[in-house]
Write a protein that binds this ligand. Structure first.
Ligand code: HEC
Ligand code: HEC
Ligand code: HEC
Ligand code: HEC
Ligand code: HEC
Ligand code: HEC
Ligand code: HEC
Ligand code: HEC
Ligand code: HEC
Ligand code: HEC
Ligand code: HEC
Ligand code: HEC
Length: 295
């Protein structure tokens, strides 16, 4: 009989018809096996005496059979609180008249110290649901009182550099939920020029100091020329070697940075020659973008 079973298993991949036939056939062959099991069934019946087995504590899944929404919340949003219910709820179903919620429900302090120092003692004012401790950080009014304390760097940056953003509250941008990162386009719909990628404003503008514009060294000239059209036209018309350079190669560091010729060239001429022209390179070489030697 075993051989027959193995035989059918062996052919399970052969085809649907064969499988269906196999099932029917296997059922037929299994029936006698059941009949042989009558003896063990008697012991099972004895074990089914409900008072024989030790009482085991409810498991988390069993709590979840009644407290389904809590179970689901922890499963989906519990984060590091995905531990067993009874790790926290050492006692439960023990609320009696004369007792309060806080008498029976677990305390954060059972497991946590003052996580953010003594200024933030009332854990549940911010972490309003212990079953979703991070996802429930939505009470922005309370949270807002602490932005500056916990995020010293961002607070310092936004105050240090003058900008319209410094006039706004943190949660005007970081709304809805703690940690939410806004998209610039939520408030700024106007595109710069067609050459500026509107989905990556932060490549140039730091969110907390938007006027400290920094271009990445890969910025293409067309990005600059979108706003500096005239310079770009003279620049590309030039015949000297500067014409092959990237704008950003010279105007590095930050937007508006003006380089000194000497940083790259030193002083390639004699002192007497230079002093006659006030040490000014451009008085002879002219516009650095074209380098048309002055007559
Ligand atoms: C990390 C600890 C922790 C875990 C894990 C936890 N709880 Fe809680 N639970 C609490 C705390 C703290 C409160 C009290 C909240 C309050 O005072 O608002 C609470 C409140 C409750 C309440 C009463 C308030 C309500 O929201 O209905 C029930 C019911 C409850 N928990 C069931 C469960 C069940 C079921 C599980 C497991 C599926 C579980 N808890 C897992 C900490 C926990
Ligand atoms: C057979 C259903 C059932 C099971 C299983 C169950 N509970 Fe409850 N539980 C209730 C009911 C009903 C209440 C009272 C109504 C309410 O608050 O939802 C309650 C209330 C609670 C409360 C708040 C009141 C109090 O007295 O503490 C907590 C906490 C709690 N259950 C935790 C648990 C935990 C933890 C488990 C698993 C170890 C669990 N429950 C298993 C039905 C159940
Ligand atoms: C039974 C112990 C226990 C209790 C009670 C408890 N916690 Fe926790 N909590 C933990 C453990 C364990 C972690 C995970 C710690 C780790 O990995 O560093 C944790 C992590 C957290 C986290 C980080 C969660 C994440 O996903 O990153 C927060 C927030 C938190 N707890 C808040 C609370 C608050 C608020 C309370 C009271 C309402 C509380 N806890 C009660 C055991 C507990
Ligand atoms: C003013 C609001 C506020 C209060 C009050 C508060 N927390 Fe937090 N907590 C936060 C915020 C915001 C975070 C950061 C969440 C994140 O990582 O996204 C946090 C993170 C945590 C973490 C995760 C650790 C980490 O550094 O990522 C734990 C654990 C925690 N809190 C426990 C507590 C406990 C315990 C209390 C009470 C003693 C408490 N919190 C009070 C707002 C608060
Ligand atoms: C109790 C301290 C605390 C308070 C209050 C707090 N934060 Fe946080 N915040 C944290 C911690 C801890 C992190 C996680 C830091 C990390 O991951 O490096 C965080 C992360 C963030 C992040 C980054 C989230 C991400 O995805 O990386 C933003 C944005 C943020 N907080 C904004 C705010 C704003 C705005 C406020 C005020 C409305 C605020 N926070 C209040 C502690 C706090
Ligand atoms: C919640 C709305 C909001 C968001 C999100 C926002 N801004 Fe602003 N921003 C403003 C307001 C309001 C002003 C001042 C009025 C104006 O210039 O439109 C401003 C001004 C600016 C300015 C001019 C600065 C000045 O001092 O004149 C720049 C540059 C800027 N934003 C860039 C950005 C960038 C880049 C992002 C994304 C990182 C961004 N903004 C996200 C609201 C927002
Ligand atoms: C004009 C909108 C705006 C304002 C106002 C604003 N932020 Fe942000 N913040 C952002 C954006 C956009 C990011 C995402 C930056 C990124 O992804 O590089 C961010 C990122 C953060 C981060 C994550 C870490 C980082 O630097 O990338 C923290 C923390 C933060 N902000 C805190 C604050 C605090 C605290 C305030 C108030 C003092 C504040 N923000 C004001 C738009 C803003
Ligand atoms: C390639 C770099 C770059 C990118 C990308 C970029 N900007 Fe700018 N942005 C600039 C420069 C340069 C200025 C001009 C600064 C000045 O006026 O001194 C500017 C100016 C601004 C101003 C102020 C305009 C005014 O009239 O005062 C706002 C607002 C602004 N940008 C928002 C944005 C937003 C929103 C995005 C994304 C959609 C974005 N920028 C993407 C470089 C960039
Ligand atoms: C969104 C438009 C915009 C883009 C893109 C832009 N600029 Fe500008 N740029 C301006 C404006 C507006 C000014 C004048 C602002 C002022 O006087 O402060 C300016 C001024 C300058 C100045 C002169 C600063 C001074 O002190 O006279 C230089 C140099 C400059 N930009 C170089 C560049 C370079 C290089 C790029 C590309 C990497 C670029 N800009 C991209 C708008 C832009
Ligand atoms: C070889 C280095 C170099 C390159 C490449 C270069 N510049 Fe300049 N740029 C300068 C120098 C030096 C000055 C200062 C001129 C002065 O002081 O008269 C300047 C001045 C400027 C100014 C401000 C003065 C004015 O004439 O309005 C702008 C805007 C500017 N450049 C944009 C650009 C753009 C856009 C590109 C690319 C198309 C570019 N530059 C490429 C060196 C360079
Ligand atoms: C960021 C560096 C940088 C700055 C700043 C810079 N140059 Fe140049 N310059 C170059 C490079 C690179 C070349 C090309 C060298 C080569 O290919 O041999 C060049 C070439 C030249 C040449 C030779 C042109 C030719 O076609 O033979 C002159 C003249 C010159 N620069 C003058 C100046 C003057 C004047 C200034 C200031 C107004 C200046 N440069 C600023 C990098 C710079
Ligand atoms: C008195 C006018 C004058 C002044 C001032 C002047 N140059 Fe020149 N420079 C010239 C002449 C003429 C040449 C040779 C013709 C040419 O190569 O275009 C030249 C050539 C150069 C070359 C090309 C050298 C080579 O080996 O190919 C560089 C680079 C240069 N100058 C940089 C500078 C710098 C940087 C300054 C300022 C510190 C400066 N010049 C000031 C007149 C001047």
């Amino acid at each position: 009989m075993k051989i027959i079973l193995l035989h059918w298993r062996g052919f399970i991949v052969v085809g649907l018809l064969v499988i269906i036939y196999g099932c029917v056939s296997a059922q037929e062959t299994r029936q006698p096996v059941k009949a042989q099991n009558t003896e063990p069934q008697i012991t099972t019946q004895i074990n089914q005496d409900p008072y024989q087995k030790a009482v085991v504590p409810l498991t988390t899944r069993q709590c979840g059979q009644c407290h389904f929404s809590i179970f689901e919340k922890i499963r989906n949003n519990g984060g590091k609180h995905k531990i067993n219910c009874r790790d926290c709820h050492a006692t439960f179903h023990s609320l009696r008249p004369g007792m309060t919620w806080s008498d029976v429900l677990p305390k954060c302090a059972n497991c946590h110290a003052e996580e953010h120092g003594p200024a933030f003692k009332e854990c549940l004012t911010c972490h309003s649901d212990p079953h979703a401790p991070i996802k429930s950080l939505t009470n922005l009014e309370i949270l807002a009182k602490g932005c500056n304390t916990c995020h010293v760097d961002q607070d310092k940056e936004i105050k240090q550099y003058e900008s319209a953003h410094a006039e706004m509250s943190c949660s005007e941008c970081h709304h809805t939920q703690h940690g939410y990162r806004p998209n610039c386009n939520e408030c700024h719909t106007e595109p710069h020029t067609e050459f500026v990628d509107n989905s990556s404003c932060m490549i140039c503008h730091p969110a907390h100091s938007p006027r400290e514009i920094n271009f990445p060294t890969t910025t293409e000239n067309r990005v600059c020329s979108g706003c500096h059209d005239e310079i770009n036209r003279t620049f590309t018309a030039g015949t000297k070697k500067h014409a092959s350079l990237q704008c950003i190669f010279c105007h590095s560091e930050r937007h508006g940075f003006i380089p000194d010729c000497r940083e790259c060239h030193g002083v390639p001429h004699t002192k007497t020659m230079m002093s006659r022209f006030n040490n000014n390179c451009t008085s002879c070489h002219g516009d650095p973008h074209t380098l048309t030697l002055a007559e």
